[in-house]
Every structure is written in C-alpha cells, then in structure tokens.
Ligand binder design. Structure first.
Ligand SMILES: N[C@@H](CCC(=O)N[C@@H](CS)C(=O)NCC(=O)O)C(=O)O
Length: 203
C-alpha cells in the first residue's frame, strides 16, 4: 500500500488529497518534525534532505509533492483529474501545477524558513519581502482564475490540488485575508468531500 510520510498542515496534504480524490488506498506515517529527527541517519535514509512529504509505492520513493500528485493521477487516475497530453489545456495544467509549488508556495515558505533559521532575530524586511512576493503570486492566480470555477474551467484537476495547498500555506504564513474571488475558489476547494476526508485523515 502507498505510504505517505507527513506532518499535519504541510505539503503531504497534496498526496493525501489526490489519493482521496481517486479512492486510492494509502496510509499516513506522521513523523517527528524536529530537526533532530529529520536530520537523523534514520530519516535521511528515507528523505534525502530531511523534508516531508515522502511517498513510497512499492519500490518507488518520491520527495516532491507535485511529482507525487502527477504520479498518482497518471498511474491510478484512469484519465481523471488531468487533461490528456494533446488537449489544449494540458500546458495550463502543467503551468499552474508547477507555479503552485515552485513559485507560490516557495515564496510563502521562505517566511517560515527564515523564522525557523533565526528564531531570536528574524529580519522583518526579509519577511515583508517574501509576503510581498507571495501576495504577487496570489494576485496572478486570481487574475487567471477570473470567473472560472477551477483553474481549467469546469473540470477540477491536479492543478487545483497543487494550488489548494499553496493557498493553505499562504493563509498560515502570510496570514492576509483572501480577496473575494480567491475566498470563493478556496471555499469550493475546501468543500470537496475528498478535501474534508484529507483533513480528517491527518488529524
Ligand atoms: N518542494 C518540496 C518542498 C518540501 C518541503 O519544503 N517540505 C516542508 C514541509 S511542507 C519541510 O519539510 N520543511 C522542513 C525544512 O524546510 O527544513 C515539495 O513540494 O514537496
């Protein structure tokens, strides 16, 4: 069975949510998130740089949440949650999936990384700069979303799973209220039964 090493409220939610959307059985292993454990020889054997999530599926081990989402969809989705490669929306699916982690979540995450690295004297200018970058990303998503229901229009996809967790990360670390367009997109995401099961599964 698929095993997901995870810590509550972190990017492992993407893999769990994908399994829930696809009804793929999985189990969660909650790890001790302390640096002491994450950088222990035991955990570094599982996770090359001491981070979560890690997904194991038979002999496969993966350590990038976006790659996990696409892998699960491609392997177990039977065509669900993604456009086919020759569909006009396929590049859009890839684009927003990657943007969600590489550009958006990484900006929000720099805030917590900075605070963790300098607990006594976090630099307010660094924090302000990464909040600005993350908010710039949020605005770009909002402009693209416009009146659409999901990023690809009528069809919910892996790109929305990627973006949903970018938004929860933004909420936690930037902590600015969403403008109405973003709030209604987030309300749609968080009302999905698979998302609700995901949040229950990690608690
Ligand atoms: N790009 C990676 C990022 C993984 C990552 O930064 N995970 C966080 C939790 S969400 C972590 O383990 N942080 C600990 C650290 O940065 O030392 C992914 O999408 O999985």
């Amino acid at each position: 069975m698929i095993k997901i090493y995870h810590f509550p409220n972190t990017r492992g939610l993407r893999a769990i949510w994908t399994c829930e959307e696809l009804n793929v059985p999985y189990k969660i292993q909650i790890i001790d998130f302390s640096p002491k454990y994450r950088f222990s020889p035991e955990f570094l054997q599982i996770s090359p740089i001491g981070k979560v999530p890690i997904l194991q599926d038979d002999s496969i081990t993966m350590s990038e949440s976006g790659a996990m989402v696409h892998y699960l969809i491609d392997k177990y989705g039977a065509g669900k949650l993604r456009p086919t490669i020759d569909h006009p929306l396929y590049p859009t699916y890839l684009e927003w999936s990657w943007f969600a982690e590489a550009t958006f979540t990484s900006s929000s995450s720099e805030i917590i990384r900075h605070k963790r690295a300098f607990p006594e004297d976090a630099n307010i200018e660094v924090i302000t700069e990464f909040k600005r970058r993350a908010t710039f990303c949020l605005e770009a998503v909002m402009r693209f979303l416009g009146e659409k229901k999901w990023l690809l229009g009528e069809d919910f996809s892996g790109a929305d799973i990627m973006m949903g967790i970018a938004l929860t990360t933004y909420m936690r670390h930037v902590a600015e209220p969403f403008p109405p367009v973003m709030q209604s997109y987030f309300d749609r995401l968080s009302a999905r039964p698979a998302f609700i099961r995901t949040k229950q599964a990690e608690s």
